[in-house]
Design a protein around this ligand. Structure first.
Ligand SMILES: [Zn+2]
Length: 278
C-alpha cells in the first residue's frame, strides 16, 4: 500500500492506494499534527510501505523548515517516521510537487508552473530535474523586488511582486484604501471606481512581469498557469499568451507554450512521483 498526502493550510487530503482500490479522505489541518495523523493511519493500515507528502511550506532534505499557515510540532517528519515505522517517506513543497505532476501531464522536461492564489508560487523542472537551490529556496518568484508598497510582505520586505500579483496582495491594497471584502479580480476589473480598476491593472502588470521573468530565466518549453485566481479568471492565460513577448526575452517568449493547468489537485498528483526522485 502507498499513501499520498496533500497538506495545506486548511485541509489535508489523502489518497491511499491499495492493490485494488483507492481510498480518499479529507482532514481539517488545524485538528491534526501531521506526525500523529501519519501514526494513526499506519495503525489503521499497517501495510503502507511508502508515504509521499506534498506540503504547503518550506521543505529542506525531508524537514519542515517553515510553514506560514500550519502549526508544526514535529519538523523532521521524514527521518522520524522512517525510524519509528521502518517505511520510506518523501516530503516536498506543494508547488514543487505540482510542477512534477505538470511535467508528467505534459510529458515535458523543461516546464515552469506558476500558481496564483493567496500567494504567488512557482516550481521549475529544468532538463528533467526539479530545481531546489542550495537551501530549497530556488524560484521564489513572489519575492523578487518589484515596486515599493506602503505595507509589508510575509517575508519582511515591502517591494515583493507577490504584493501585487496575488490574492493576499490585492487584499492588502484594498485594506490600504479602506475597502471592505475579499478581493475579486473580476469585480475589481469592472468596478466603476478608478482605484479598484487600478488594483486589477497592477495585478495584471505584475503577473506579466512574473511570467516574463520565469520564461527569460528558465527558457521553459511550457509555462503552466494555475491556482484559484487563474481558474476563476481564465482570461489571464490568454492575456499572458498575447503579451509575454513584451515581458520576456523575445526568442524565449516566441518558443514557450502557455497553458492553463488541467489537473484538479496537482500537489497530490505530484506526491505520487516523489518515490522516483532521489
Ligand atoms: Zn516577500
Amino acid at each position: 500500500m502507498k499513501l499520498y498526502m496533500d497538506v495545506g493550510g486548511t485541509t489535508i487530503r489523502t489518497e491511499l492506494h491499495t492493490y485494488d482500490t483507492i481510498i480518499h479522505e479529507t482532514y481539517i489541518s488545524c485538528d491534526h499534527e501531521l506526525y500523529d495523523l501519519i501514526g494513526s493511519l499506519l495503525k489503521r493500515y499497517p501495510n503502507i510501505l511508502f508515504i509521499g507528502i506534498a506540503y504547503a511550506g518550506m521543505i529542506h532534505h525531508g524537514c519542515i523548515i517553515t510553514a506560514p499557515n500550519i502549526e508544526v510540532e514535529i519538523h523532521d517528519i521524514k527521518q522520524k517516521t522512517e525510524q519509528i515505522f521502518g517505511i520510506r517517506v518523501e516530503i516536498e513543497n506543494d508547488v514543487n510537487c505540482a510542477v512534477l505532476a505538470e511535467a508528467h501531464d505534459h510529458t515535458s522536461r523543461d516546464i515552469v508552473a506558476l500558481y496564483v492564489g493567496t500567494g504567488l508560487g512557482c516550481g521549475v523542472v529544468s532538463d528533467g530535474r526539479l530545481l531546489h537551490g542550495h537551501d530549497s529556496l530556488a524560484a521564489e518568484i513572489g519575492h523578487i523586488p518589484y515596486k515599493s508598497t506602503p505595507f509589508h510582505c510575509g517575508c519582511g520586505k515591502d517591494n515583493c511582486i507577490e504584493l501585487y500579483a496575488s490574492g493576499s496582495g490585492m487584499l492588502k491594497w484594498k485594506q490600504y484604501h479602506d475597502m471592505k471584502g475579499q478581493p475579486d479580480l473580476l469585480q475589481l476589473r469592472h468596478s466603476d471606481k478608478q482605484i479598484e480598476r487600478d488594483i486589477a491593472k497592477m495585478f495584471e502588470e505584475a503577473l506579466l512581469t512574473a511570467t516574463g521573468t520565469m520564461v527569460t530565466l528558465f527558457n521553459p518549453e511550457i509555462l503552466v498557469l494555475g491556482g484559484g485566481i487563474v481558474s476563476a479568471n481564465p482570461y489571464l492565460v490568454e492575456m499572458v499568451t498575447e503579451q509575454i513577448q513584451a515581458y520576456a526575452l523575445p526568442e524565449a517568449a516566441k518558443r514557450v507554450t502557455i497553458v492553463q493547468t488541467r489537473l484538479k489537485d496537482a500537489p497530490l498528483e505530484g506526491a505520487k512521483y516523489l518515490e522516483e526522485l532521489l
